[in-house]
Design a protein around this ligand. Structure first.
Ligand SMILES: C[S@@+](CC[C@H](N)C(=O)[O-])C[C@H]1O[C@@H](n2cnc3c(N)ncnc32)[C@H](O)[C@@H]1O
Length: 453
């Protein structure tokens, strides 16, 4: 029973960066789970902080005209999609607004043009990679699915998902049943006991090659042949099965050792007419079709010239550099993950690219160790993880005096912070182009090009 003094009527005015909605009450901001801008809701205040309150929407009193029926039965419980109940055009509008807000609030920018968000053509079944978690409930029940919204320690049993494919849903159902039938225990994130940790499924959008990567605690499966035989019989479309083992307590789906159980151990994807090998532990853009459009847009902004030397920093499996190489004089890719660099070298070779080389290590070490004269005012492309650029990396990039810096970002907040450093050092940033890679989620990708003046 909720006491009446905790129930309040609120007008939702905005959406926040983490997918919550926003209202105001007694001069304070309220962040709500549920609710869409333009709606009047009855909400329960669940946390009272000095500067803001947190609330849960209990009832929508007046609906937004942009509210739609969510397609997935797990919507609301699942941490994956936060905006499946919001019309797609409105999702784009709010994402663009968040880019503008970040640039203004965190970067102090007032004059930058923020272009319309480039939306996707297909807002469902767009992911080439999904990471499902195993979990054991207090009563010993094995679960396999996705995280409950806002809970790192709670997994619900997934029966459907519209982000990857029907095949991927089938693999999840098969694996859960196989684990239960054969008594293979799930890993417990609290006690660090148990075996099965993650099921990672990757399927290339163009070639349809399909990888299943099981990430477990240390040790062997009781009967690996049975696993492979049953899994490939249940889903014959699978082209490779991989087993990664990790004894680390950190909850990430990357193994310390890798064993190929079936097939070649990798899948291949096609982007803009080039072929790329993808391994279990290397980064690859998760929405292949939209990645092509992102790169097209990025290259149009970059305007590459035949004589340019390009540094492709945070290059992953070399995608950007490889797609750019025949338009410039030389590309040097820099990437921390050895597996990704190995894939990048192979990808360059297979695509007959002779003017690209790769450095395996930290971007800041590469920039520190490489004399500026050797780099000779290169064009710099950066595509860092969500944390953005290390301040020392920004400082060093500025020291090598590139004429152009193209920044691809998956986090408008860290982009705004880093952009401020570039503009304070004399670079100008005329336009930012946001791209939607992940419909129904709050994630935003963007591209900005800095010029030296
Ligand atoms: C957002 S991904 C970009 C990958 C690539 N540009 C692409 O489009 O496929 C970021 C990459 O940066 C790598 N990385 C993270 N920290 C790094 C660092 N300090 N130095 C070099 N690479 C790093 C990650 O392993 C990952 O491959």
């Amino acid at each position: 029973m909720i006491s009446d003094d905790k129930l309040v009527t609120l007008e939702i005015v905005d959406l926040a960066f983490d997918g919550k909605s926003v209202a105001h009450r007694d001069g304070k901001v309220v962040f709500l789970k549920g609710g869409l801008p333009g709606e009047t809701v009855e909400a329960e205040i669940v946390q009272n902080r000095r500067r803001y309150d947190k609330a849960l929407v209990r009832r929508v009193i007046r609906k937004s005209e942009h509210r739609i029926e969510a397609r997935c039965s797990h919507f609301g419980q699942c941490g994956g999609c936060t905006w499946q109940d919001l019309d797609y055009q409105q999702q784009l509008r709010f994402k663009r607004k968040q880019v503008v807000d970040c640039l203004e609030r965190l970067g102090g920018f007032k004059e930058i043009e923020v272009a319309e968000l480039l939306g996707v053509e297909e807002p469902f079944f767009y992911r080439n990679k999904m990471e499902f978690s195993f979990h054991v409930d207090d009563d010993g029940t094995l679960r396999l699915g996705l995280h409950e919204r806002g809970r790192f320690d709670r997994i619900f049993d997934l029966s459907e998902c519209y982000l990857q494919s029907e095949l991927s849903n089938r693999i999840v159902r098969f694996m859960r049943e196989f684990a239960v039938t054969n008594g293979i225990p799930a890993y417990n994130v609290r006690t660090h006991e148990g075996y099965l940790r993650f099921l990672v499924i990757r399927q290339a959008a163009r070639t349809r090659q399909l990888m299943v990567n099981l990430v477990t605690n240390l040790g062997d499966f009781f009967d690996v042949d049975k696993l492979v035989t049953d899994m490939t019989a249940a889903v014959p479309e699978i082209t490779t099965i991989i087993h990664n083992r990790t004894g680390k307590v950190s909850n990430i789906a990357v193994g310390e050792t890798e064993e190929i159980l079936y097939g070649p151990g990798y899948i291949e994807e096609e982007l803009s007419g080039r072929r790329f090998q993808i391994r279990a532990n290397s980064f690859f853009q998760t929405n292949s079709l939209q990645a092509e459009r992102l790169y097209d847009l990025a290259f149009e902004m970059l305007d590459p010239q035949p004589g340019e030397r390009v540094l492709d920093l945070y290059c992953g499996a070399g995608t950007i550099g490889i797609l750019l190489a025949d338009r410039v004089a030389e590309v040097i890719g820099v990437e921390l993950v050895a597996d990704a660099v190995e894939a990048a070298r192979l990808n360059a070779q297979r695509n007959d690219i002779g003017n690209i080389s790769f450095f395996c290590g930290h971007v800041r070490d590469f920039l520190r160790e490489t004399p500026a004269e050797k780099l000779d005012h290169p064009t710099v492309i950066v595509d860092p993880p969500r944390a953005g650029l290390h301040p020392k990396a920004v400082k060093r990039i500025i020291e090598i005096q590139p004429e152009k810096v193209l920044y691809i970002s998956c986090n408008p907040a860290t982009f705004a912070r880093d952009a401020k450093l570039f503009t304070e050092a004399g670079y100008i940033l005329p336009v930012v182009r946001p791209v939607d890679m992940f419909p129904h989620t709050m994630h935003i990708e963007l591209v900005g090009r800095f010029y030296r003046i």
